[in-house]
Design a binder for this molecule. Structure first.
Ligand SMILES: [Zn+2]
Length: 221
């Protein structure tokens, strides 16, 4: 990271353990969630100054459902109170071009994670901000994909260097507005976000490497 000035790269911040060290390449060191039983989640109300919109919790829910659906039964999410939820989603004000952030937490000895989403697209650079203001679906695509990416870290997925992946690390550069436009262009209405997961074959392969396959119903004694 550059010192002495605001770093221009738009990134995602991953904090490991209690250490304040930023190691954005290594979130997989967290390991998987305990998915033996249902994984409880909590989606917070938007914090003042975050530019949260009323529908944003729905975007977070759709991101959770996309991962759940893709795990073929190996992951089951259910809503729960904040204090016991293994996965917690918070909407927070902008911070130097960061899209989101993931921090591990422990609940009764189980590994969980808090993800922090920064829905103020004006803080993500001139081009992103302009396109998001002109096109509400572009803005919602950014917020949805940020939820999907940070929840991916929460599940234990690491960054990749392939721009087709949701887990791509923006620090590698490339056409970031194009990354969001590729997803947005698959939508004709907001409700399409619920069925267009945005996950690549690589994202799905890594998810299944971490969580395996669910038993086929009726297959076991
Ligand atoms: Zn990330």
């Amino acid at each position: 990271m550059a010192h002495g000035h605001v770093h221009a790269a738009l990134t995602c911040l991953v904090l490991l353990g209690a250490s304040p060290a930023v190691q954005p390449q290594q979130p997989g060191a967290l390991g998987t969630l305990d998915a033996e039983g249902p994984v409880s989640y909590f989606i917070a109300p938007g914090e003042p100054g975050s530019r949260y919109r009323d529908g944003d919790r729905e975007l977070a829910s759709w991101a959770l459902q996309a991962w759940e659906r893709s795990a073929n039964g190996a992951l089951r999410f259910e809503p729960g109170p904040e204090s016991t939820a293994l996965l917690r989603v918070y909407w927070v004000p902008p911070n130097f071009g960061q899209y989101g952030e993931m921090r591990p937490l422990t609940v009764d000895g189980r590994r969980g994670a808090a993800v922090f989403i920064r829905p103020d697209t004006d803080a993500l650079g001139e081009e992103i901000g302009r396109r998001a203001n002109d096109d509400p679906l572009f803005r919602d695509a950014i917020v949805y994909l940020t939820c999907l990416h940070e929840l991916g870290h929460a599940l234990g997925l690491e960054h990749t260097a392939d721009i087709v992946d949701v887990m791509y690390f923006f620090g590698f550069g490339g056409d970031i507005p194009g990354y969001f436009a590729r997803y947005r262009d698959q939508l004709s209405s907001r409700s399409d976000i619920a069925r267009v997961s945005g996950l690549s074959d690589g994202d799905l392969r890594r998810l299944r490497e971490l969580y395996g396959s669910a038993p086929v119903p009726g297959d076991s004694p």
